[in-house]
Design a protein around this ligand. Structure first.
Ligand SMILES: Nc1ncnc2c1ncn2[C@@H]1O[C@H](COP(=O)(O)OP(=O)(O)OP(=O)(O)O)[C@@H](O)[C@H]1O
Length: 251
């Protein structure tokens, strides 16, 4: 269980997160939703130990869990000449000795294979497409075998098939390894498919929390995003969110 208590983040005098308190159980994929600029990335970075913050973060009672957390940033642009395999392997850095063990390479190859990137493993990361690069950085996070996996818009650059592949892979991993997973997402229908727990962030505070059904009602979507939206069930029982119009003035 990840416990975030009274967390705050400020950039200079600009406080962007305040009084953020929530629990996220292991084994239940979590989605973090909310409008642009509301503090989702700041929250993920604070949990990952990459952002100065107030308040406390604990993982099953461990008050300094940063070493057990893997974080995939939103921006994976890279000018590096490292290959996809090398970038993935970097995820094992904490575990690597002076020599790279065969098992580290195999673990890295396996994850790249899972994402259909076997034929790209020796290609420089700078020569990959945006979606391929996003999957390589996800592979890097996965090979760390973290206890907490934080993903910032992990499907933003992916086509329909790879969106499902990546999210289903991460959700399965969350349940099988009983780890904590929190992904910031803008596609609410995808988020509803992926997540068992959802946190709605508005203006730097938690404004809704619970199951996707509870968080993604027309009223709470109007509060969060200032849009009107239809929330329905598909014939297979999944939640579908269709924004239908703007509500309220642009701020
Ligand atoms: N390094 C920084 N220095 C100063 N202000 C920052 C910095 N990073 C973010 N901010 C500000 O903090 C606020 C929250 O930004 P953050 O990136 O956390 O939002 P977000 O919810 O992830 O947005 P998006 O959905 O657009 O990615 C914004 O107003 C942003 O301008």
């Amino acid at each position: 269980m990840l416990t975030v208590d009274n967390l705050s983040v400020a950039y200079g005098r600009n406080t962007v997160l305040q009084d953020v308190t929530f629990h996220l159980p292991s084994g239940s994929p979590g989605a973090l939703i909310g409008p642009n600029g509301t503090g989702k990335s700041s929250l993920l970075r604070a949990i990952a130990g990459l952002q100065r913050h107030g308040g406390t973060i604990a993982l099953a009672g461990d008050a300094a869990p940063a070493g057990r957390i893997a974080y995939m940033p939103q921006d994976t642009a890279a000018a590096s000449s490292l290959t996809a395999l090398e970038v993935t392997l970097l995820g094992r850095l904490g575990k690597l000795g002076l020599r790279v063990a065969r098992s580290d390479i195999e673990a890295s190859r396996d994850v790249l294979h899972l994402f259909g990137l076997t034929d790209k493993q020796d290609v420089a990361i700078s020569a990959l497409s945006g979606g391929q690069r996003q999957m390589v950085y996800l592979a890097q996070a996965l090979v760390r075998s973290p206890d907490v996996l934080l993903l910032d818009e992990p499907t933003a650059a992916l086509d329909l098939r790879h969106q499902l592949l990546v999210l289903d892979t991460v959700a399965d991993l969350c349940r099988e390894r009983n780890i904590v997973v929190l992904a910031a997402m803008h596609d609410l229908t995808l988020a509803g498919r992926f997540a068992e727990r959802m946190i709605g962030l508005g203006d730097g505070r938690i404004v809704a929390e619970g199951t996707p059904e509870h968080v993604m009602t027309p009223d709470s979507l109007a509060d969060l995003y200032r849009v009107t939206a239809e929330v329905s069930r598909t014939s297979s029982g999944r939640l579908a969110i269709v924004p239908t119009g703007l509500a309220g003035p642009v701020q």
